[in-house]
Design a protein around this ligand. Sequence first.
Ligand SMILES: *Cc1c(COP(=O)(O)O)cnc(C)c1O
Length: 440
Amino acid sequence: MASRLSPLRTLPRLASLTRNAPATSSASSLARPLLASQQIRGYKKAPQPMRDVMTGEIIQIPDIDASSLQIQNTQSPKTRLPNSKLIFGKTFTDHMLTIPWSSASGWGTPIIKPYGPLELDPSSTVFHYAFTLFEGMKAYRQEDGTVRLFRPDMNMARMNRSAARIALPTFDGEALTELIKKLVVLDSEWIPQEKGYSLYIRPTLIGTQNALGVGPSSDALLFVICSPVGPYYASGFKPVQLLATTKFVRAAPGGTGGYKLGANYAPGVVPQAEAAKEGYSQNLWLYGEDHALTEVGTMNLFAAFKKPDGSVELVTPPLGDMILPGVVRDSALRLAQDHADGKEVLPGLPEKLVVTERKLIMADLVEAEKNGTLFEVFGTGTAAIVSAVDKIGYEGRDIAIPTGPEGLGPIAKGILDRLVAIQTGEIDHPWSVIASEGKA
Ligand SMILES: *Cc1c(COP(=O)(O)O)cnc(C)c1O
């Protein structure tokens, strides 16, 4: 499915060739600082397109080859801000990763180099037709120096689906994960060790063809930048207020809401500003005549209801082309389901829990508020992990939602605590992927 719309479709992937390529000695000591003059020499050359021996026609173009990585160390490391001064997404580390692609030669040499501006032709497709997509993931550093990623395979799979949706090239997600590990390990001094801090990683893929025609981009650039970030809840949990908008839609069936495309986000800014003017922090995105709930701001949505039999039902709308398949959404669902099945108890969650993915409409919330059965509403996403909702403005009035004494309901709190423990390595879990082992 991932490669259905991809320009690589007719070209068999070269993943098996590149993955089995022997690593050179220089590529196996990637994190070692290099002098500027050493930068290029000695690196393995990126794989070349494979041609038909008879016709000379290109039959395979190279996938990303992590073993051909070149590292250009910064000669002027930046001064790091004290943790307390970090603002989300405003500070960037010393290095970035770039990998060029073209339809003729495939994925080129991955380079880690000093963080800095890109030089692009003004006709680049990214500037005109929004050939851009991104991911959001985090790295965590333990006291012993161990650096971990959280479920990077999920981000890579989603990034490939996004790429395929707008005819940008797909790639070997494992190879990109390897390269991201090298980048975060090289810049690991930038990951604050204090509790709640992490490194936000932003892989991005843009179309760079220099031509104004609308069509698949013949050139692309994948880059990854990293930003040290503080705890979302530095001063206690702050529930958010949502405006359930009937004026704007975020996504529609057959559209692109289920993909992390740049094109989905700029149009959400004016609705958010309008919501802010009315005293709400985010939009609750609805769809259709019956005002089905889809997402909150740029987070997935969960709601919980008390049932007559004493159980609590945790609901999230099912995935489809309107809902972004969040990594935290999936993780929250799995943790809650394991709790419901009695496989792994999550402290704080209702003992009798039912987890469902089903359509949810505003009338359900209105009725639950009237009956006193509204238990909790929260959003999930990599930045905040969970975010409680205490109020939803809808058709001229506010629906009040319980959030508990701490400002975070018991389900959101239980999920948050478990996820943080997994992400930071406090609990061993297959979701937590080690980028580099500590020295303790
Ligand atoms: C990124 C994003 C999410 C959350 O995804 P995570 O992988 O959990 O961070 C949810 N909704 C939208 C619209 C998003 O862009």
